[in-house]
Design a binder for this molecule. Structure first.
Ligand code: ACO
Ligand code: KIV
Ligand code: MG
Length: 536
């Protein structure tokens, strides 16, 4: 094929790998182009501008801002981002069509550092079924369109779509043509997430061995995650000589997504010992970018997602919490601060131990003596067994409740069962220990709380008036703890009781009994030997 050799004129403003720093890996973010291609992930212009701004500040080398021929909106977004970007190269995608390329150039030309990215399918499936072209026709198209792009812009990226399913000898031929036509970056896409790490590396090695001049271009790797290997495949390509990783925040992208930026960047940072490559990214902006993309795209990040998932730096098991409190490195391979989180989270739950519970109380400013601590821990475990998440507010309620129940209460609840629902009667079976002796009773009421209070009143008759009965959920959700407050008045004297439990009726009855104990205490002060009957 007759092509003009342009390998001697690399793009003047190309973000190229520094010859003095051969281990520098460029980060090409395509959240706004390939990421937005996820069904349902369409973003507004303002959201795109915000995301581009944080990528630019983070030090992303190249931002693929959109596909300008796709729509007026895409064209506008790419143009605006091009005008706004301070540091990053701004790239627009174009098919192997002069109209697409002209449109992409019109959008990116405003950038300090513009790039045109043009692509065409090269695999047999794509040639035959998508393009209806033979091998030679595709080669001619590559030559024609890459040279057209290069005449407009001195920074041109070319991609053989579905490269990993393209015959290797033909892939080599296409790359030779693209370089001769002026491409400055050669991207090798694993369009359908089909390759595996060893093959991903071998493709790059085969190209480097067989394409003269490729070593003067940047070689990029663009992986999809259909088999969950996008990160591994990208890193394998880097080990074989690729120096640009194409990725998206949160791995957003078509089907199972693209390589996740946060994964490759942190993998290179954490395992520098075995992968001596680096990026220029400010990783402390990763969490902000992740949250921004999740909100804009409407794709929440899965809890256990590497690096940016809610649980990525959270520990619930007692043994892990104990280790992390002694030295975070026991169970953490990177610092939460490195990705922009303030600290790792000790998630309190049924797997937590005393070390974490003590640390949590300290955090909450709660100081308990040894016995009170042991008792609180037992109650915390019981609560955690009945509740999925134990929040700080639950623990505060639990401690307050403990503090308000005096150790020498004369009335204690031994057991309570209520029957409620549609149809009457609502009844309660209650056993109270009064001065150490168990008493059992059954009572009915308008509802389960009324029945439980009536049962208490049968065993502990009194004339105090219930002035307040209030229920609050400590946190949202059907497993939220209820905090119940009751206020009783007798002869102008007010006593209160407060209790928390995941069962509202239990919390109510305990709060009521606490208030009655306080009433007993008051009366005891004036008549120390008074019997438990509170009836005046
Ligand atoms: C792997 C990737 O991520 S590739 C990027 C995929 N992203 C997108 O497609 C999002 C934006 N796309 C769009 O808005 C539209 O598809 C447009 C504007 C690009 C094209 O729209 P239409 O002209 O209506 O074409 P349509 O989408 O129906 O079909 C795609 C056409 O592009 C052709 N085509 C596909 N890839 C290429 C390519 N790299 N170079 C040249 N032509 C191509 C197809 O053969 C087909 O042509 P045909 O209509 O002659 O058969
Ligand atoms: C446009 C190309 C690079 C692409 O996104 C792919 O092949 O996955
Ligand atoms: Mg892609």
């Amino acid at each position: 094929m007759n092509t003009t050799d342009r390998t001697d004129t690399p793009g003047a403003n190309q973000t190229a790998v520094d010859a003095n720093d051969p281990n520098h890996v460029l980060i090409f973010d395509t959240t706004l182009r390939d990421g937005e291609q996820s069904p349902g992930a369409t973003m507004t212009l303002q959201e795109k501008l915000d995301i581009a701004a944080i990528l630019d500040q983070m030090g992303v080398d190249i931002i693929e801002a959109g596909f300008p021929i796709a729509s007026e909106g895409d064209f506008e977004a790419v143009s605006e981002i091009a005008r706004m970007a301070e540091r990053s190269v701004i790239c627009g995608l174009a098919r192997a069509a002069k109209g697409d390329i002209d449109r992409a150039w019109d959008a990116v030309r405003h950038a300090k550092k513009p790039r045109i990215h043009t692509f065409i399918g090269t695999s047999p499936l794509h040639r035959q079924h998508q393009l209806a072209m033979d091998r030679d026709q595709v080669l001619r198209k590559i030559e024609d369109t890459v040279s057209h792009a290069r005449a407009l812009c001195d920074n041109v990226q070319w991609s053989p779509m579905d490269a990993t399913r393209t015959e290797r000898d033909y892939l080599i031929e296409t790359v030779k043509v693209a370089i001769a036509a002026g491409a400055t970056t050669i991207n090798i896409p694993d369009t359908v997430g089909y390759t595996a790490p060893r093959e991903s590396a071998q493709i790059i090695r085969d190209l480097l061995e067989n394409v003269p001049g490729l070593d003067k271009c940047v070689i990029a790797t663009h992986c999809h995650n259909d088999l969950g290997m996008a990160t591994a495949n990208s890193l394998a390509a880097v080990e074989a000589g690729a120096r640009q990783i194409e990725c998206t925040i949160n791995g957003l992208g078509e089907r199972a997504g693209n390589t996740a930026l946060e994964e490759v960047v942190m993998a290179l940072r954490v395992r520098r010992d075995i992968m001596p490559y680096h990026t220029g990214l400010d990783t402390t902006k990763i969490m902000s970018a992740s949250r921004m993309v999740a909100t804009a795209s409407g794709f929440p990040v899965q809890f256990n997602k590497a690096i940016v998932g809610k649980n990525a730096f959270a520990h619930e098991s007692g043994i892990h919490q104990d280790g992390v409190l002694k030295n975070a490195e026991t169970f953490e391979i990177m610092k939460p601060e490195d990705v922009g989180l303030s600290a790792s989270a000790l998630v309190m739950g049924k797997h937590s131990g005393r070390a974490a519970f003590r640390a949590k109380l300290k955090d909450l400013g709660i100081d308990l003596g040894d016995n009170a601590f042991q008792e609180a821990f037992v109650r915390f475990k019981a609560l955690a067994d009945s509740k999925k998440d134990v929040y700080d507010e639950d623990i505060v309620a639990l401690i307050d409740d403990e503090r308000t129940s005096a150790a020498n209460d004369r009335i204690r609840i031994r057991s309570l069962r209520v029957v409620c629902g549609t149809g009457a009667p609502r009844s309660a079976e209650l056993t109270l220990a009064i001065d150490g002796v168990d008493h059992e009773v059954t009572a009915e009421g308008d509802g389960p709380v009324d029945a439980a209070f009536a049962a208490v009143n049968k065993l502990v008759p009194h004339e105090a008036v219930l002035k307040l009965y209030q229920v609050n959920a400590v946190m949202d959700g059907i497993d939220a703890q209820a905090t119940v407050s009751v206020k009783l008045e007798e002869d102008g004297r007010i006593v209160t009781g407060q209790a928390a439990d995941t069962d509202t009726v239990v919390a109510s009855t305990r709060a009521y009994v606490i208030a009655l104990n306080r009433l007993t205490l008051r009366r005891g002060k004036s008549a120390p030997n008074a019997t438990i009957s509170l009836a005046s």
